[in-house]
Design a protein around this ligand. Structure first.
Ligand code: SAM
Length: 278
């Protein structure tokens, strides 16, 4: 009989957030697959868990994946953990879970901490519809392009960001989404220096510039979505035309023709066409 794969969330800072069921599972399984075995070794030691560890990374060699799949096929129970939070959420695990499910082996989630959900739940931002966008691209040009594609998104937008890029990212967001768009920066969640900064993109950029402490630690950015009422009715018509053209023409030609038909800007329509295609 095939084994079972448990996808186990671990704390994002405060070890008290480790859920009891997760601890039971880590004790009970035959093997724990971890992003960084040394890092996870410390957590397991703290929990008194001595289950053997094996490395797993989605971009690692295939042997890592095969080792885990073989263990599952031989009837073993395996837990997948990442360095912090929920595996697969900007962390390794997607390839493994996909493969294991294709093999009809049971995958069982053990829910727990996750920075995106913790940040959103306490941010005061609309939480009924949101889009988690992961880390913005590191390079400015790609980052700006990514933001341009999201400019008309009405759902709350959530990003992870490193402290080294936080100022650049806030500045690029202000340039693309407008300096008055509301943002919440959630930092060091569940830890001693947990902070929520909120205000306009320009205002939060200024607060982070003025206070070097805000340029440290782990960060989630929560950006208010575009205001439905402010989106011009022309936008819907523009999208309708673009979609029709995209069905028949390559992207560049569709954008160019849409610009002629609607009188819109070619570059903006090109970016919009890219977003629609995605
Ligand atoms: N899988 C994790 C989860 O469930 O949240 C996320 C892993 S991702 C590699 C790490 C990023 O998550 C950090 O760079 C930061 O953006 C965010 N993050 C993780 N822990 C956090 C915390 N305690 N406070 C704020 N952001 C955090």
């Amino acid at each position: 009989m095939a084994g079972e794969l448990y996808v186990v969330a671990t704390p994002i800072g405060n070890l008290g957030d480790m859920v009891p069921r997760a601890v039971d599972v880590l004790h009970a399984v035959d093997l724990i697959a971890a992003e960084d075995t040394r890092h996870s070794g410390r957590l397991l030691k703290h929990l008194g868990v001595d289950t053997p560890l094996t490395p797993y990374h989605d971009h690692g060699d295939d042997k890592q994946l095969q080792r885990i799949v073989s263990a599952l096929e031989s009837g073993q129970k395996v837990a997948l953990i990442s360095d912090a939070g929920t595996p697969l959420i900007s962390d390794p695990g997607y390839k493994l879970v996909r493969e294991v499910r294709l093999l009809d082996i049971r995958v069982i989630p053990i829910p727990g901490p996750c920075a995106v959900i913790a940040a959103l739940s306490a941010s005061g931002m609309p939480s009924d519809r949101f889009s988690f966008e992961g880390f913005p691209p590191h390079k400015a040009t790609a980052r700006i392009k990514k933001f341009e594609r999201l400019v008309k998104e009405t759902r709350t937008l959530i990003f992870y960001e490193s402290p080294h890029r936080i100022l650049d990212t806030l500045a690029d967001m202000a340039a693309v989404f407008g300096s008055e768009r509301e943002v919440v920066m959630a930092r060091e969640l569940t830890k001693t220096y947990e902070t929520f900064l909120s205000g306009s993109l320009m205002g939060v950029h200024q607060q982070v510039t003025d206070d070097l402490n805000q340029q440290k630690g782990e960060i989630v950015l929560i950006l208010r979505g575009a205001d439905e009422a402010e989106l011009s009715p022309d936008d819907d018509e523009q999208d309708r035309i673009l979609k029709l053209l995209l069905d028949e023409l390559p992207l560049k030609q569709a954008a160019s023709l849409a610009a002629k038909v609607t009188g819109g800007q070619k570059n903006a329509l090109y970016q919009r066409a890219l977003a629609l295609k995605e």
